[in-house]
Design a protein around this ligand. Structure first.
Ligand code: ADP
Ligand code: MG
Length: 269
């Protein structure tokens, strides 16, 4: 993925169009992925079909309908249970909704802010998440290059250039992400306007040094987020982990109490 990101013809607004052809199947028959309360876009369903996933895993079945209602949620499920798509599918759906809104308003404007920012504890995990979401988004207007990783080990200049092009989904490790938003307030403002924040492997993510980094990211985001109808912008927050230590709950709780607008309508899964 790294060398792909280097190419100069990348991101030439390909993911800003909803006129992308879908695969040549007249019917995407995946009834298990939808029910009376929600449906998924054909772009998402085509990706799932290509992956060969005919039905959701348990965590996906529980989390996706809640997430599609733009509620905060906490999801606990063992390793290998499919947590990536439990947040990946709702983010892709939200991205498509955002694109549609722009199209309906006939705006020339591009989407400046990412739809979702996913934090993972390590760069290896970040790259795994990017690979997985790229497969899901294979037929979507995000194509492959609208999803980028912001992790250590890659040149920061390159990542800043990628960010300037307005990718739809970021997958980040806290250290490098903090470095980037501390450097440039305009970038911070743009990223703080994201719709969705995900903490993947939250237990590990908020251990040790990462917790301080994450707190600083949230402080900067709170300071620079846009206002919406005179209220501070509210992110939809999803927290996923295989384990939840008491310590982590204590930290999350403390954060919630400190956030007056955190009208936590969340459901715990
Ligand atoms: P977790 O994050 O919970 O450890 P992953 O999201 O990495 O789990 O998924 C674990 C594996 O299950 C991956 O190989 C993924 O491709 C596969 N997988 C995810 N969702 C489904 C599904 N609905 N049906 C079949 N396989 C799936
Ligand atoms: Mg995972």
């Amino acid at each position: 993925t790294v060398s792909q990101l280097d190419s100069d013809k990348l991101l030439s607004n390909t993911f800003l169009s909803l006129d992308l052809p879908l695969p040549d199947d007249d019917q995407i028959d995946l009834p298990q992925w939808e029910d009376d309360s929600y449906s998924l876009s054909p772009y998402t369903l085509s990706g799932l079909k290509a992956l060969g996933f005919t039905s959701p895993t348990l965590i996906q079945k529980k989390a996706i309908p809640v997430a599609l209602q733009e509620k905060d949620l906490v999801g606990k499920a063992t390793t290998g249970s499919g947590k990536t798509l439990a947040f990946g599918i709702p983010i892709l759906e939200k991205y498509l909704t955002n694109l549609n809104t722009i199209k309906e308003n006939n705006k020339e404007s591009i989407i400046n802010q990412p739809t979702g920012i996913i934090f993972t504890p390590t760069r290896e995990l970040a790259h795994q998440v990017v690979d997985h979401l790229n497969k899901l988004a294979k037929y979507s207007p995000l194509s492959t290059l609208g999803i980028v990783s912001i992790t250590g080990g890659l040149s920061i200049q390159k990542q800043e250039r990628l960010l300037a092009r307005g990718p739809g989904i970021l997958v980040a490790t806290p250290g490098r992400f903090l470095e980037i938003i501390e450097k440039d307030m305009e970038v911070c403002k743009r990223l703080a306007a994201t719709d969705i924040l995900v903490l993947d492997e939250a237990d590990r993510l908020l251990q040790d040094g990462h917790f301080d980094e994450f707190e600083r990211i949230l402080d900067l985001f709170k300071k620079h987020r846009p206002k919406q109808k005179n209220k501070p912008w509210k992110w939809q927050t999803m927290v996923f982990s295989a384990t939840f230590s008491k310590e982590l709950f204590g930290k999350l709780d403390k954060k919630n109490k400190g956030n007056k607008n955190g009208n936590s309508n969340g459901s715990s899964l």
